[in-house]
Write a protein that binds this ligand. Structure first.
Ligand code: ADP
Length: 486
């Protein structure tokens, strides 16, 4: 009986093991990846077997494995081919699986976006059959049970048909629902170009905007009511304004009439007291003269006020047409200032007129004279004895200035605007009230406006004031230096 050497037994076991592994692997392997691993193990086993056989043969231990070595070598080649093929197939399958997984994830994301969108989104054909509807849209889609879904909002069908057959649709419409309730929808529908069966589908996004429309309608109602209220208030104000203007005109007329009526008796009072003071009716004692002097002075003061009121009423009524003539400005100003010099002298005030600049202007001599007279009278009135009042004529590039400057009591900044209003005077608690009705500056302002002149004031309490009349170089009334006129 021949005994198989121990080493031969090992080699035989190796070969059998390699073959078993090789045969069993596809059956056991659950995946292509596992098949690949087992096949590799089989190939390695064959390699080990062939190597072992050769080692045993060269070591002179046994040649018993030679017979099986050829089988192993024959098996090794297809096995390697199988491994390579399997590897490549595995890679391809893995790539396909990854792509499929990616697609699945993207689809899931898309579906969750579409489903959670605040708008209703559906794909339907022109018959109203719905092929896809997101969660929101499902509320408007009926499921009859036979698999076909129908759009529940009847008005949507023609919109879908229009989008399929013509152009994209974007509308806001009110529709009656199947339950009878009327609701507003904002809809946009577009033909689905990627539709697999010829493109007669449309993708429709719509939103129930009933609450928004109701809020807008309410807002519109408010707006209209507000507009109506504003219109009503405006016409009430216009009416009130008209009434006020009428009342103002009536008041001015009344004031003018009353002032006018005052003038005659006042002139009598002044005239007769003048006569009495002139002692044409007999001698007066000292006390009688003193008292008659009061009456005369008060009468004159009252007459000045009455004249001012009448003048203001005339200017504000736009009466007293402007009568322009070529006027030598320095001459006009001097004519006004000189008579006031006597009053200034009486009060111990130095009044000077620096009006040498020879300028001719187109001017209304009376009105310009009145402006200058009021300003100079005020300057004398509001300057303490020993003070100085200077009237200046200044020729500038674009205008001629008449400045009336004093170093009198001055005007506080907060009063500088209001003193140009009628009957406004600065309260002077520390001083005796100076005669006047608070109309002089108001008349100056109105006359300047009428003539197209500017009137400005610079003043500092305790330091004095400078009132400036600005006569612009306008084509019609352009001042020209004497000698340049033709
Ligand atoms: P009236 O002189 O009759 O009071 P005006 O309209 O001419 O009225 O002047 C208004 C007020 O402006 C005066 O009462 C006075 O307080 C103030 N005012 C006018 N001119 C001067 C001036 N040159 N210096 C100081 N105060 C003045």
């Amino acid at each position: 009986m021949s005994v198989v050497p121990f080493s031969d037994s090992i080699a035989l076991v190796c070969l059998v093991a390699a073959l078993v592994v090789l045969l069993m692997t596809p059956a056991c392997a659950r995946s292509v990846g596992a098949t690949f691993k087992y096949s590799l193990a089989g190939a390695l086993a064959l390699l080990v077997f062939v190597s072992l056989s050769n080692v045993l043969e060269h070591a002179g231990i046994t040649t018993a494995l030679d017979a099986y070595e050829d089988y192993a070598e024959v098996l090794f080649v297809p096995l390697v081919a199988y491994i390579l093929l399997g590897r490549s197939m595995t890679e391809q399958l893995e790539a396909a699986e990854a792509a499929e997984e990616q697609t699945r994830r993207e689809h899931a994301l898309l579906m969750s976006v579409v489903d959670t969108a605040p708008s209703s989104i559906l794909v339907a054909d022109s018959e109203g059959n719905v092929w896809f509807a997101n969660d929101e849209a499902r509320r408007y889609v009926e499921q009859p049970g036979d698999g076909a879904s129908m759009v529940l909002v009847p008005g949507l069908r023609p919109v879908i048909a229009r989008a399929v057959e013509a152009a994209p649709v974007r509308i806001v419409r009110r529709w009656a629902m199947l339950d009878g309730a009327e609701r507003w929808f904002s809809i946009s529908a577009t033909r689905l170009t990627s539709s697999s069966d010829g493109g007669d589908h449309a993708v429709v996004a719509f939103q129930d905007v009933t609450e928004r429309v109701a809020a807008e309608a309410e807002l519109e109602e408010y707006r209209e009511a507000l507009e109506e209220q504003v219109d009503r208030r405006t016409s009430e104000l216009l009416e009130l304004n008209r009434q006020l203007t009428d009342a103002n005109k009536t008041g001015q007329r009344l004031l003018a009439n009353v002032s006018h009526e005052f003038r005659t008796p006042l002139n009598s009072i002044i005239g007769f007291t003048d006569l009495l003071l002139g002692e044409t009716s007999g001698p007066l004692n000292a006390e009688q003269r003193r008292q008659l002097g009061f009456v005369n002075a008060s009468g004159n003061q009252l007459l000045t006020i009455v004249e001012s009121v009448l003048e203001l009423a005339r200017v504000e009524a736009g009466r007293g047409a402007v009568s322009l003539s070529v006027t030598e400005l320095g001459h006009t100003v001097r004519d006004v200032v000189n008579p006031i010099g006597i009053i200034a002298e009486d009060r111990g005030i130095t009044l000077t007129c620096v009006c040498e600049a020879a300028v001719t202007v187109w001017a209304d001599v009376d009105k310009l004279g009145q402006i200058v007279r009021n300003l100079v009278t005020n300057a004398v009135k509001f300057t303490d004895p020993g003070g100085v009042v200077e009237v200046r004529l200044v020729v500038e590039v674009e205008e001629v200035l008449i400045q009336v400057a004093d170093n009198g009591i001055g005007i506080a900044p907060e009063d500088q605007k209001r003193i140009f209003e009628a009957f406004e005077q600065v309260d002077r608690a520390d001083r005796a009230r100076v005669s006047g009705a608070g109309l002089g500056l108001s008349i100056c302002r109105d006359l300047c406006g009428l003539l197209g002149y500017g009137l400005s004031l610079e003043s500092e309490p305790g330091m004095g004031s400078t009132f400036t009349v600005h006569i612009p170089f306008e084509p019609d009334m352009a001042p020209t230096l004497v000698g340049e006129t033709e």
